[in-house]
Design a protein around this ligand. Structure first.
Ligand code: ZN
Length: 375
């Protein structure tokens, strides 16, 4: 079967994150089993009681305890699609581009990986190769995080499929989020002296947070744009009426960390700012609820995987600005690089597509990677 036929079949299976991915996993398991790979399912139930499955398909080598040498990792879920996009599940070719939901993100990579294992003589592999297919990437890399916790395997190298226009991406910023609630005391606005405005308090705290953002620029990693940890207060709400001193004010704080900086470093600085404010405002109440802390990742530029992909793709390595499953693969011991056909800027859009030439090229590159690392 050609890589395009495989992509057509994968796109035809609706695997939006809210649905169970059991159907696409069955398809992938059958394709891997047909090549003689040992296939293991790691099912779990998501927060809406829907069954989700991670799949690890591994080549068999004489030493069954050997760590995986190379893992090819692709997420099976896609973002939702607009009902007006009637061809979302029907792969459509036009002008050298293949359109369909997931065609770019990330079923193109999965099709290339399946085609690569069908082109390589697996009997010649001396070191284990694993194809890893995950659930729930689009809603927070939840499937990959479960694999990292369960540790069903460790790997030396991992290629994490994402649309990077065939550029090897060896590092990425972390993504963290917290909800901050500042409390005050309600009162009639004609008598502010008997209340305490939560909004004024929040405003003072946010002024401190703006200073923290400036301070963060002092630590830089040149590989990133911008080269420092950024933060954002994206949402704010508070108060109950124009003539009531606000009793509560809530806002979100989001930050994207450069590698080498702990994901909770920003929170530590915010807590220090709160303590400093408390010296002037003794009964200040600030509640901080950290709701997400996805690590940054970085694989050294002299890693064999980075160097191999740079040479084989004829492109220098770079960094990604979006969240990926690479930190989970690093947790499993791997040097991880994010790589795949298609452009992330067209992913998640109606009419997402992968260029045919990049799809074909990625088959060739993955095939060479398998031969290079596992033979
Ligand atoms: Zn993706």
């Amino acid at each position: 079967m050609t890589v395009q036929q495989t992509l057509r079949e994968l796109v035809a299976i609706d695997s939006v994150s809210s649905r169970s991915n059991a159907e696409i996993i069955s398809y992938l398991a059958a394709r891997c089993a047909a090549r003689g790979l040992s296939v293991k399912r790691f099912p779990y139930t998501d927060e809406n009681a829907v069954e989700k499955i991670n799949l690890v398909a591994q080549t068999l080598v004489s030493d069954s305890t050997a760590a995986v040498e190379l893992a090819l990792v692709g997420h099976t879920d896609t973002v939702p699609f607009d009902s007006a996009w009637t061809d979302a599940l029907r792969l459509t070719e036009k002008g050298g581009k293949l359109f369909g939901r997931g065609a770019c993100d990330t079923k193109a990579f999965i099709s290339a990986a399946l085609t690569a294992i069908e082109n390589v003589n697996l009997a010649k592999l001396e070191k284990p190769l694993a194809l890893t297919f995950t659930a729930d990437e689009e809603i927070g890399c939840l499937g990959a995080k479960r694999l990292a916790e369960g540790r069903p395997f460790t790997a030396r190298y991992a290629i994490v499929g994402e649309p990077t226009s065939l550029h090897p991406m060896r590092a990425g910023k972390g993504y963290c989020l917290a909800k901050i609630t500042v409390r005050g005391r309600e009162a009639h606005s004609a008598y502010p002296q008997i209340g305490v405005s939560a909004i004024f308090r929040a405003a003072r705290l946010i002024a401190h947070i703006e200073q923290i953002a400036e301070h963060l620029q002092s630590e830089q990693r040149a590989a990133f744009d911008p080269p420092y940890t950024t933060l954002n207060v994206g949402l704010i709400e508070g108060g109950s009426a124009k003539n009531i001193i606000a009793g509560e004010c809530r806002f979100t704080l989001e930050w994207r960390t450069i590698p080498g900086q702990k994901s909770d470093y920003v929170l530590t600085l915010v807590k220090q700012a709160v303590e400093e404010m408390r010296t002037q405002d003794a009964d200040l109440v600030v509640e901080i609820e950290a709701s997400r802390a996805d690590d940054s990742f970085e694989t050294p530029s002299d890693s064999e995987l980075v160097q191999f992909l740079e040479e084989t793709c004829c492109r220098p390595s770079g960094t990604v600005a979006f969240g990926t499953e690479a930190p989970s693969m690093i947790a499993l011991g791997a040097d991880a690089v994010v790589f795949g056909p298609g452009d992330i800027r067209v992913a998640h859009r109606t009419g997402e597509f992968v260029p045919v030439d990049q799809l074909n090229e990625s088959v060739r590159i993955l095939q060479r990677a398998i031969e290079h690392f596992c033979m």
